[in-house]
Design a protein around this ligand. Structure first.
Ligand code: GLV
Ligand code: GLV
Length: 324
């Protein structure tokens, strides 16, 4: 039987060509914008779709499952999958896959380290200073920053991305400490990383804290007002995971009050909205959820999405099932 697949938005071509090669019928929503849920539901009602390729901006909940009872698989074009109600998917026997790849993990890890450099060296502030015509000559104490070498990075979550951050940081001469659901023998062996028994211990010791956990009920507001206070006043917080892992209002307050030295944020709790106040602070660097944004990484994600769908429809277990 021919399979009907809906793409909720245009993604790199590779995914579509791989599916068409298998003879699947592919419909792509050509509107290059985030869909509202009613728009998404309208699209889903066009046809009895067997599979849907979703983005992290598509909220897949009961209303969507109800609108498309024919859909047996949602293949998310993302490493994260917090946009999909995986508990309900499981109840309904619907498969959900995500799309982790080495290239996306590397790209996200590089973005985290880019934030570390930019914060330590005050790159964004300094650039603004020069552009504003304020540079009046070299001075011994102008824009004093920090080196990364010799500092301690605290990695929260050592999945594929956290592991890549560890190996980059090892190369840069940082001491590595981490928390994870369980000890990660791999990074301990490869990078000499030390396991912390608690997040509190990591927050007290680290000069840079980088978050690499999925957004789950247990990681929502993992970083909050109470534990921000444990961090050193000289430390920096980096988030390239999901915004809601941090209580963003509490973070804004901590940055304003210099409870910590600064932050690098690629994701926001109420994305695309940014908590008022953050944009007026000079000790935070803000990027618009672009940590994996390079064409190689995005094509690799696209291949994985197609492979997961093809495996599913050919009766194999897809590699990246998350609805377990
Ligand atoms: C991006 O945030 C992703 O989950 O791929
Ligand atoms: C990255 O893609 C991951 O799953 O960590």
């Amino acid at each position: 039987m021919i399979k009907n697949i809906l793409f909720t938005r245009v993604i790199p071509n590779i995914t579509i060509s791989m599916l068409k090669e298998k003879g699947y019928e592919v419909d792509v929503n050509e509107k290059d914008q985030v869909l509202t849920q009613p728009e998404l539901i309208n699209l889903l009602k066009q046809k009895p779709y067997d599979g849907v390729v979703t983005l992290l901006t598509d909220k897949i909940d009961k209303k969507v499952f109800d609108a498309t009872p024919s859909t047996k698989i949602f293949a998310n074009y993302a490493s994260g999958f917090d946009n999909i109600d995986i508990v309900l998917a499981k109840e309904r026997g619907v498969t959900v896959t995500n799309a982790p790849t080495d290239l996306t993990s590397i790209s996200v890890a590089e973005h985290a380290v880019a934030f570390m450099f930019a914060l330590a060296k005050r790159l964004v502030e300094a650039d603004k200073f020069v552009r504003e015509g304020k540079y009046d000559g070299w001075a011994p104490m102008k824009f004093l920053g920090n080196s990364l070498s010799g500092k301690t990075i605290g990695i929260v979550g050592t999945g594929r991305i956290g592991e890549k951050v560890a190996s980059l940081c090892k190369g840069l001469g940082l001491k590595i400490i981490y928390t994870n659901n369980s000890k990660n023998e791999n990074i301990e062996r490869e990078t000499g990383a030390t396991y912390c028994n608690s997040l509190d211990e990591l927050l007290r010791e680290a000069d840079f804290v980088s978050l690499h956990v999925p957004l789950l009920p247990s990681t929502t507001h993992l970083i909050n007002e109470t534990n921000l206070n444990l961090m050193k006043p000289t430390s920096f917080l980096i988030n390239t995971s999901r915004g809601a892992v941090i209580d963003e209002v509490a973070l804004e307050k901590a940055l304003r009050g210099k409870v910590i030295a600064g932050a690098g944020l690629d994701v926001f709790e109420f994305e695309p909205k940014v908590t008022p106040g953050l944009t007026s602070l000079s000790n935070v660097i803000l990027t618009p959820h672009i940590a994996s944004a390079n064409l190689d990484a995005r094509e690799a994600m696209g291949r994985v999405v197609a492979e997961n769908l093809i495996d599913f429809f050919e009766g194999r277990v897809p590699k990246d099932i998350v609805s377990k």
